[in-house]
Every structure is written in structure tokens, then in C-alpha cells.
Design a protein around this ligand. Sequence first.
Ligand SMILES: [Zn+2]
Length: 308
Amino acid sequence: MTALLLAAALFHMGYAPARAQNDLPEWRVSLSEIRATAALIPGRRPLRVNILKFAESRRTKNFSIKGAPADPSVQARTAFQVMYADGHIMVDAGMDQQVHRFFGRGVEEPYNMEAAGQVERALTTAKLIVVTHEHGDHVAGVIRTSRVRELAPRTILTRSQVQTLLTTPQMPEIKLTEEMAARYLVMDYDRYFPLAAGVVLIKAPGHTPGSQMVYIVLESGREYLLIGDAAWHMDGVRLLKGKDAPWITEDQSAVMSQLKWLNELARSEPRLFIVASHDDEEHAELIKKGMLGGRFELRRLTSRLPKT
Ligand SMILES: [Zn+2]
């Protein structure tokens, strides 16, 4: 009886347990744990990180940052190359022009064939490929490609990324079948995954169920956090503002937790570069300062033969 009354009282007060549907705890990660995870895999750490823009979408800033004025803004479509002394890892895989047209929604937007070709070449020479999330502009390059048989066994997709691609892909072009999914390295992890020496995947569902961030620490000690689409523009991190784009469905409270963490990091860790996939202004600045390489390194690695 007391319990009933209590329940009634709580109901009356508008009580609703947060996230009752999936019982997920609030998103919480720690940089010291991430740094420790980055040291788990032996070997030399990466030497540098390169970014390449292969296409653009023109979207005014109010879509990327809630409450911002409708100023013109370029959303860069990019991929990243993490360079080691003996090979590279790709973060994100680009997309072909047909998927790019999907994003233009009837408007023809810039697509750089040559740069897209370089992304494709960087994928074919990569030791390993991961994607920040399962949206077309990040994942199509390892799905809609004539080289899928060659690339898929070197591409790690998380279970939740695969789940979205099987059931609710962003566009029909990137839909996977079970048979196609079986070609990839599919894995799951809870919070952090040590991917390679100096590289950690950080689970960050929010923008999509399969979103993750990629932490990188170089030999030099310089650190990067590739945040995918947690924010489209770094103003979202600086101002703690989410997106305001009616065409995307996000877990907004999860994204806000991520923005809060990123905002604290941006203020307390001057040696850590937080990089948003689509922030064209930020990329230009980091390339100018030499913090990111502005082109991909595509020379085929010559394997040194042992002297006999
Ligand atoms: Zn994106």
C-alpha cells in the first residue's frame, strides 16, 4: 500500500527514470584511462596524422551549432591517415560520388575526384581501417567499392555499426547483408579498445549507435582525439551546443555528455588536438600550424629484403 502511494506520488511529480528504455549509464570516460590504454600494445607509436578533404557540403552554421546565425559554412568531407614508420591506419573511408549526391539532396556540391581517388588508394595500402561511425560519408568507401574483398578483411567494424548497416542504414546504398557483413572484422567492446600502439578506440554512441572516437598519441607525445561527428563544428564543443539538423536523429543527451567532456578537455589539455571530421576551418588552421598533414602519403612501402 505504502509502495503504491509512493509510486502514485512519484508519478504525480512527473517522475521518469532517465534512459529507462535501455538502462545505459551516463556516458563517462577518462583521459588518464585512455592514455593508459594507448600504452598497452607494444611497438613504436605513430609519427604523424594526415587529413584529406575529398568533398564539401555547404550548410549554414545554424545546422551545425544550435542557435548560431545562418552564416555560410563548409562541411568538409574527410578521411584520416595515421602514419607509422612501417605503414598506416585509416580512420574513415570516404565515399563515392553517388553517396555524396545523397547528401546534396538535389544540389550538386563539390566532389574532388582526384582527392577521392587518393582516399581509395590510401585504403588499399592501409594495414588496418576503422570508421568513426556508420554514416555514408565515413563508411561507404569500404562498402561500395570494387575492392571490397580486399578491404573488408582489413576493416574493423563494431557490432553496433554492423547492426545499423544491416537494419537501418543511412541510405540504401550502404545497406549490408549478413553475408557481406561476414567479410569484415567485426568486434565489440565496452569503453576502450587498444587498436594499435598509441591508438585507442573510445565507444561514444550518440550521433549514431556505432559512433566511436579515436585517440592517438604520437612518438613525439602529441595527442589527437578524432571525434567523428560528435560535433560538426568545434564551436559546438566550445559553446556546448548540439546540432540543429532536422534530418538527423541523435541521442541528444549522450551527445551533450560528450560535448561537456570535450569542452573540459579543450580547456585543460593544450597538447591534445580535438578534431571534428567536418570542421573545415579547424582543419585549415591545424594544417597551417603543421599539426595535421594536409595530404595523404601514398608511396607504396618498399619491403626491405633481409640480406642472405
Ligand atoms: Zn559525417
